[in-house]
Design a protein around this ligand. Sequence first.
Ligand SMILES: Nc1ncnc2c1ncn2[C@@H]1O[C@H](COP(=O)(O)OP(=O)(O)OP(=O)(O)O)[C@@H](O)[C@H]1O
Ligand code: SF4
Ligand SMILES: [Mg+2]
Length: 348
Amino acid sequence: MTAAVDTPPDDVLRVDGLDVSTADGRPLVKDVGFTIRAGERVGLIGESGSGKSLTSLGIMGLLPEGLRATGSVRLAGVDHELIGADEKRLSRVRGNDLAMVFQEPMTALNPTMRIGRQIAEVLLVHRARPDRASAHAAAVELLDQVGLPDPAAAARAYPHQFSGGQRQRVVLAIALANDPALLVCDEPTTALDVTVQARVLDLIVRGVADRGAALLFITHDLAVVATACERVMVMYGGRIVESGPVREVFTRPRHRYTQGLIAASDLTAVDDRGRLATIAGSVPAAGDFPEGCVFRNRCAKATDLCATRPAWTGTGPDAGYACFHPVPRGHGGVRAADTTDHQEARRG
Ligand SMILES: Nc1ncnc2c1ncn2[C@@H]1O[C@H](COP(=O)(O)OP(=O)(O)OP(=O)(O)O)[C@@H](O)[C@H]1O
Ligand code: SF4
Ligand SMILES: [Mg+2]
C-alpha cells in the first residue's frame, strides 16, 4: 500500500534544503528547494560548474562516490524519502516513476544487446508488460514514437549501428517506456548537431506531453529552455538564484546573474568594436565562491551589503530571486553593459 505523500496532489517532485557536499564537507550544492507540478516542464540553467548536474544526480540518488546529499527529495506516489533511501528502493523508483536522459547516450545503452531487447527488458523488469512477446511489440511501438524510420529493423539492431541522434532517441524510448511521472534530462541534445537537436528536443517535449509527465530539463542553452519549458530556475555557485515563468525571467530578470546570463546569450549584443557580451570574470572552482552573495566577485552592482547572504524575495521557492540590488521593475529588457564584458565576436 502506498502511504500518503506530504506533497500537494499536484506536485510531482518536491525538493527541500538539498545540499551536496564532498566527504570533507565542501559544499557543491547548497539549500536547493523547488517543486515541479504534474505535467510541468521546468528548465535548470547556469554556466558550467554551477551545480546543475549534481542537483539532478542528488535528486536521483546517482551521485558519484565521495559526494553526499542531505535534505529532502519527495516524489508523488512514492511513500519514502529519496535522500538516504537504499539502492534497491531507489532503483525501483528510477525505473518506475523517475526516468533520465543524459548527454552521452552510450552510457545508458548496453553495446552488446539488441535495442528491442533492451527496451523489452525495462518493461519486463518493471512489470509494465506480462510477457516477452508483448514487451517486444511495445518496444517497437516506442521506437516508432521516437521517430526511428523502420522501428522493427531498429529493434533488431545494436547501439553501434545508430548515429548519435538515433541513439539519443533510443534512450528516450527507454526513459519513456514505463510512463514515468518525471523525466530528468541533463544536456540531452548538447552533443548533437543543430538540426538533430531540434528534432530530439521536439520528441522529448512531445513524449512527456503525451504521457502527462513532468520534465526537469538541464541545459546551458537559454534558447532551448525558451522553446521547451514553462518555468526556469537559474543556478549559480550551487544555489538557485532566481526562479519563475520562462517568459518573465527571460524578459524581466531580477537577479544580476540572470541578467548577465541573458545578455551573454544574445548573439546580437555586439558592441561597436564587434565584441560579443560575456559575463565578467569566470566561475570560481567549487568551494571558492565568495561568502554572502555567490556572484559578488563578478557583479558590477555589488556593494558591502552583498557580503551577507541575500534573502529570497518572492511568493515561494518557485517564483523569486535572491539579490540585494535587483534589476528594477520596468527596466525594459537586459542591457549587456550592466553586467558583462565584451570579447571578440566570432566571425564566419
Ligand atoms: N565528484 C566530484 N568531486 C568534487 N567536485 C565535484 C565532483 N563532481 C562535480 N564537482 C564540482 O562541482 C561543481 C558543480 O558541478 P556540476 O557537474 O553540477 O556542474 P554543471 O552545472 O552541471 O556544469 P556543466 O554545465 O559543465 O555540466 C563543479 O565545480 C565541479 O567541478
Ligand atoms: S546580491 Fe549583490 S552581488 Fe549578488 S547579484 Fe545582487 S547586487 Fe550582485
Ligand atoms: Mg552538468
